[in-house]
Design a protein around this ligand. Structure first.
Ligand SMILES: Cc1cc2nc3c(=O)[nH]c(=O)nc-3n(C[C@H](O)[C@H](O)[C@H](O)COP(=O)(O)OP(=O)(O)OC[C@H]3O[C@@H](n4cnc5c(N)ncnc54)[C@H](O)[C@@H]3O)c2cc1C
Ligand code: SF4
Length: 521
């Protein structure tokens, strides 16, 4: 596939407008009219492909979507300069390329939409400072809250409990409110209705996604020597590459999965990787879809009787609650958030994170799926992979780099607070008031993973005992000083205190053995 470009020389003095790979929003006000003096710039740069090792599908999907976006701009009459990865003029640095393009086009101004990653934002700000007023940033027009809003909302509170912020967002944007401005159904939160395991009924939602052939693009990426991991699936890239496909995905989700989203939000199954999740995160994070339009579509589905309130509320909470909140946490904590390690966990990432070859069936399925499809749903990320990493004591920074590389939707502003904050408690509890950990009992209740696993979920000790069990109790014994006073963990410590000293010793011995043998689990 050729990279799209439409850059006939123009009189100098015009404007370059930078579009990053996660800024593919055709509804942005930039595109409301064609401006002769404006050249839109998109670039495939090694700076971005190489800052962590990425899943092959993620590289492909972003480049393919950027090319598609550039083609649409050209078709709409806009002027576009597209630097492909193999373009000999490509300097592979965002600001290096902008500098060179300013000269090439004789541009007087550069405009860029605020970047969502702190690293890129800082790079652009530093470069802009050198150019004075000629380089300006504009809003991305994507989010429902400002970068600083979450921090302002919570102030100096120790724990930033998402629920209050979510309610404020519902009120402000008038989502799922009744005529008196009260929450629809007289409740803000239907979480307690949403915790069912899935046993095969109702049938899981079909996979609506389009299939794209990107063998030629993949060959180019390989030729350029970009490192990657995971299955490129070059014959069947299945992520939406433009807004039309993303909107079709939203409609398919509403029709086929939303009605059951809430009930089975926390379920896991070896028979369905997707269950009733939306698979919309790539389209949202590359800005093909806007969060408010997604929330409004789901609200409309509830109002027209297409989906029950608990399902609609559960989904809307993810979009206008969690997603906005997580972004606010990111901007409040950066820079430095990527280095937090409150529990001083230092174990390296086991090699099977890169191969999926681990006998623990839950991890084998969740990591195997991640490597094959560049996606796993929230509970797999949190309660299988993250749960194990936290209990075992894996270094949060190493885990963060893995999550950032592997998932199709992973951009640092959303991945980092989820990984080091929500999942690893590495920020000392800002995001999670208690660690998201469980023994095998939870995994057995919420999934069918344990059937067919060589480990026994009911045993705590011995070679066949599920590693989660000893690791779980060892974790709370090890971190007693930190967690004993936490009211939400009172029951855990009451249970632990019933263990005989010899039982605690045996559990800790088994946990040490699990850690020592981590590569061969
Ligand atoms: C350790 C860990 C790492 C994660 N990394 C990412 C990431 O890099 N990028 C990412 O978009 N999400 C991340 N999440 C959140 C969540 O797992 C994904 O958004 C979700 O699995 C995407 O699949 P989906 O679109 O089918 O989601 P659905 O289950 O259908 O949810 C709908 C939408 O809600 C939003 N959402 C749900 N939960 C969260 C959350 N905790 N934070 C932010 N948005 C949320 C997403 O936009 C998602 O598309 C992470 C979660 C954990 C526990
Ligand atoms: S027994 Fe343990 S390791 Fe095996 S699937 Fe269940 S929770 Fe996972």
């Amino acid at each position: 596939m050729a990279s799209p470009s439409n850059t006939a020389p123009e009189a100098s003095g015009g404007t370059l407008r930078l579009i990053l790979g996660d800024q593919l929003d055709p509804q942005h006000s930039w595109f409301a009219r064609v401006e002769a003096g404006v050249v839109y710039v998109l670039m495939e740069v090694r700076q971005e492909t190489d800052h962590v090792l990425h899943h092959a599908q993620k590289i492909l999907a972003i480049f393919a979507a950027m090319r598609e976006f550039a083609r649409e701009l050209v078709a709409a009459g806009h002027r576009v300069c597209y630097l492909s990865l193999d373009d000999p003029d490509n300097l592979h640095s965002i600001t290096g390329n902008l500098q060179a393009l300013m000269q090439r086009f004789g541009a007087a101004r550069v405009q860029w939409q605020e970047a969502d990653e702190w690293r890129v934002q800082r790079q652009l700000e530093q470069w802009a400072r050198r150019h004075g007023g000629a380089v300006q940033s504009v809003a991305s027009e994507h989010f429902l809250s400002t970068r600083g809003e979450v921090a302002a909302f919570f102030g100096d509170r120790e724990h930033w409990v998402m629920e209050g912020f979510y309610r404020a967002m519902r009120r402000r944007h008038r989502v799922l409110l009744d005529a008196r401005g009260q929450p629809e159904g007289q409740r803000w939160n239907f979480d307690h209705d949403n915790r069912k395991p899935w046993r095969g009924v109702p049938a899981a939602a079909p996979d609506w996604r389009p299939r794209h052939d990107h063998a030629a693009l993949w060959a180019m990426v390989r030729r350029c020597g970009v490192g990657s991991f995971g299955d490129p699936a070059a014959q069947a890239l299945c992520w939406p590459l433009n807004r039309a496909e993303a909107l079709a995905g939203l409609e398919a989700f509403v029709a086929g999965a939303l009605p059951h989203f809430g009930s089975y939000e926390d379920a896991m199954s070896s028979r369905s990787e997707r269950l009733f999740h939306s698979l919309l995160s790539f389209a949202l994070n590359t800005k093909m879809l806007r969060p408010l339009e997604v929330a409004r579509r789901v609200e409309a589905a509830y109002r027209s009787g297409e989906a029950p309130l608990a399902a609609a509320e559960g989904f809307i909470r993810q979009i206008i609650g969690w997603r906005e909140y997580i972004r606010g946490v990111y901007w409040a904590q950066m820079p430095g958030y990527e280095r937090v390690n409150a529990l001083r966990h230092e174990l390296p990432l086991p090699n099977w994170f890169w191969t999926g070859e681990v006998r623990m069936r839950c991890l084998r399925l969740a990591i195997g799926q991640s490597l094959r499809t560049a996606h796993a749903h929230h509970i797999q990320r949190l309660m299988v992979i993250g749960n194990f990493a936290l209990l075992a004591g894996i270094a949060p920074h190493a885990l963060h780099r893995w999550y950032l590389g592997v998932y199709i939707d992973a951009f640092e502003w959303v991945e980092l607070p989820n990984t080091v904050g929500m999942s690893q408690w590495a920020d000392g509890g800002r995001v999670a008031t208690k660690p998201y950990v469980s023994s095998a009992a939870y995994l057995q209740r919420m999934s069918d993973y344990c059937a067919g696993c060589p480990y026994d979920p009911r045993q705590r000790l011995g070679q066949r005992a599920c590693p989660f069990n000893a690791l779980y109790w060892d974790f709370f014994a090890r971190h007693r000083a930190r967690f004993e006073g936490n009211a939400r963990l009172r029951v855990v410590y009451l249970q632990l205190d019933r263990f005989a000293a010899s039982e605690i010793d045996a559990v800790r011995e088994r946990a040490a053995e699990v850690r020592a043998r981590i590569e061969t689990l």
